[in-house]
Design a protein around this ligand. Structure first.
Ligand code: ATP
Length: 593
């Protein structure tokens, strides 16, 4: 309980204080509500027995002060006061509810934003362990579950708890039998919640995990729709989906059905008590039911507010329990990001905040990789061992080697996505880890499959630049250098043609050239091409290679290639094996020699 509360406070961050205000406001509205209802009983008793006015000091004092002539007039005045109190209570209740919902959904938006920021800034290694379905689920679904089932439900539960407590006190003062009856009715339901609480948490966990799996199955089956169609594995994915949906449905329906049990149980016990009371009175005491009116009115009030408040309270607490997994998922990701930030890293996340005082790179002469060693998390053997190489500005180097040799890992290190456990990368003698952001600003990355947005060609080239800030002259220059001008003539809307999801309306070679144009538009001085031409046919490949070769000498290039013909123009070739450089030199020396 204390653990959950501290997680809640951690997730809320700066909004902790607002939660406190909200709690006070909701307690105030609950007190009004409970009083409004709790006073109906005494008011009914008073109207049936006006003589009581004289016995109650406060009422007697009021009676004298108001100068009222008769008991009936006084009861009417009390009635009006009660109605006014009721109206105030209703308005306060409405505003409190709106405030709670507003707070809950504002927090959802804030936490989604915080998570998004976390995922965008957390070290790249985080993504080696995390599935994107979990990330999507956390940002969209778990934050919603947290807002609705933890925040809103807890605040409403607190308000209901106050109502229950006040009603019990007020009504117990009216009739002590009530206290015994109410306890006999309410306590078993609390017991029920206590027994079921672990199940609620488990069902909540199952639904969250199933949602995750469902997003993953959609990603796999539709993300690779070509392969799905071609291999004909639609049924395989449908069966997977069906299995998860069944599990999800069972857990969700069990959870929701169980929520009704406290209300049904309370109502049944209430009716049972009522009938028993009447029967026992008539059979054993031979008294008229008339004499039971005060006790019966207590039952009436109980069924108006106390019972719904209790069953709602139990349901709300169960909801919060059911969403404990969601709270943990958000908490753990935020915490992991925080812990990564506090690690003694050399990287930008520390220098980013004080980037103004860090080095802003201007690449004039040489890049040096000094004894880089990198081991992936949870592995024993290093993927790269003591890698050292240098390249001058304007040079092109190629990394070659068999699959698993460590080429991509080396590129990820150069890109600043992974940080070496030892060694350094420096530009003109300054470590890139002094200002990783500034180093990354120098690099254009063209991976095997270029990431293209489902947006216009123009926006895909000027990636991340608002429309009004796109420099048309620079755009033209980039497209010409990337040999894209022909393509524009063939597109229905030229630069404004929407490329489709992941650039589905372009060929592989065209996508690569869009990637090159993007790097050129952003004036990247260093181009890193990761097997950029390996997926292309010979003709398209030579187009892309031509575009790349035309840039040789003007840009510094690091190229990974499987097809050795594509790296003929490079100044030096580095051959990797088992994470080490085993050979280096000219094309002739390394490939032909
Ligand atoms: N996320 C990871 N976690 C653990 N080990 C990894 C991870 N990624 C790569 N490796 C391992 O690191 C080594 C180098 O992999 P890398 O992807 O750099 O090779 P590569 O030369 O680029 O191969 P390819 O040409 O097939 O892309 C391999 O043994 C690989 O299994």
């Amino acid at each position: 309980m204390i653990k959950s509360f501290s997680k809640l406070l951690y997730i809320l961050g700066d909004s902790k204080l607002e939660l406190l205000y909200l709690l006070v406001a909701s307690i105030f509205a609950s007190v009004l509500e409970a009083l409004g209802i709790g006073l109906i009983g005494p008011f009914l008793s008073l109207s049936m027995n006006p003589e009581l006015i004289k016995n109650i000091a406060l009422l007697n004092w009021l009676y004298q002060r108001l100068g009222i002539q008769s008991n009936n007039q006084f009861i009417a005045a009390l009635g009006i006061a009660l109605v006014i109190l009721f109206c105030i209570k209703s308005v306060a209740y409405f505003f409190m509810k709106s405030y709670i919902y507003n707070f809950g959904y504002r927090q959802k938006a804030r936490i989604s934003k915080r998570l998004m920021n976390t995922y965008l800034t957390v070290p790249y290694e985080f993504f080696l362990k995390k599935n994107t379905s979990t990330i999507i689920r956390n940002i969209l679904i778990e934050t919603e579950k947290f807002a609705q089932q933890v925040l809103i439900s807890s605040l409403e539960a607190a308000a209901n708890f106050i109502i229950i407590a006040i009603l019990i006190i007020v009504l117990a003062k009216t009739d002590i039998i009530f206290l015994a009856i109410a306890s006999a009715i309410i306590l078993p339901t609390f017991g029920f919640f206590y027994i079921m609480r672990k199940k609620f948490a488990r069902w909540g966990q199952i639904t969250s995990e199933c949602r995750n799996e469902i997003i993953r199955i959609i990603n796999h089956s539709l993300g690779g729709i070509k392969e799905t169609r071609l291999i004909g594995c639609e049924q395989y994915f449908e069966e997977q989906m069906d299995e998860k949906l069944k599990k999800y449905t069972t857990a969700e329906s069990l959870f929701n059905s169980t929520q009704i049990i406290p209300r049904i149980a309370i109502e049944t016990i209430l009716v049972l008590f009522l009938i028993l009371l009447i029967v026992v009175y008539q059979l054993f005491f031979e008294q008229s039911v008339q004499q039971l009116v005060p006790v019966l009115s207590v039952f009436a009030i109980a069924s108006i507010r106390l019972i719904p408040a209790t069953s709602q309270f139990i349901a709300l607490v169960s909801y919060a329990q059911g969403a404990s997994y969601s709270m943990d998922a958000i908490y753990l990701d935020l915490l992991e990001a925080k812990q990564q930030e506090s690690l003694p890293l050399k990287s930008s996340r520390q220098t980013k905040s004080n980037s103004s005082i860090s080095t802003n790179f201007t690449f004039k002469n040489q890049i040096d990789l000094n004894c880089l060693t990198y081991r992936y998390p949870e592995t024993n053997t290093p993927a790269l061992l003591n890698i050292s190489l240098s390249l001058q500005k304007g040079e092109s180097i190629a990394l070659i080697g068999k699959s698993g040799a460590g080429k991509t890992t080396l590129v990820d290190l150069i890109l600043g996505l992974l940080e070496p456990q030892s060694g350094d990368i420096s530009v003109d003698g300054v470590s890139v880890y002094d200002n990783l952001r500034s180093w990354q600003d120098l690099i254009g990355y063209i991976p095997q499959t270029i990431f293209l947005m489902d947006d216009t060609l123009e926006r895909n080239i000027a990636f991340g630049v608002p429309d009004e800030l796109i420099d048309q002259k620079r755009l033209q220059g980039a497209m010409e250098a990337a040999q894209l001008t022909d393509l524009i003539d063939h597109l229905p809307n030229g630069l404004n043609t929407v490329l489709g999801e992941r650039g589905i309306r372009l060929s592989g070679g065209q996508r690569q050239r869009v990637g090159i144009a993007r790097a050129l538009y952003h004036k990247k001085e260093i181009l890193v091409l990761d097997e950029a031409t390996s997926a292309l046919d010979n003709e398209t490949e030579s187009l892309v290679t031509e575009a790349i070769q035309a840039l040789s000498g003007t840009l510094t290039m690091i190229i990974i290639a499987h097809r050795l013909t594509t790296v003929k123009h490079c100044d030096r070739i580095y051959s990797l094996e088992g994470g080490r450089i085993v050979k280096s030199g000219s094309y002739k020396e390394v490939v032909l020699g």
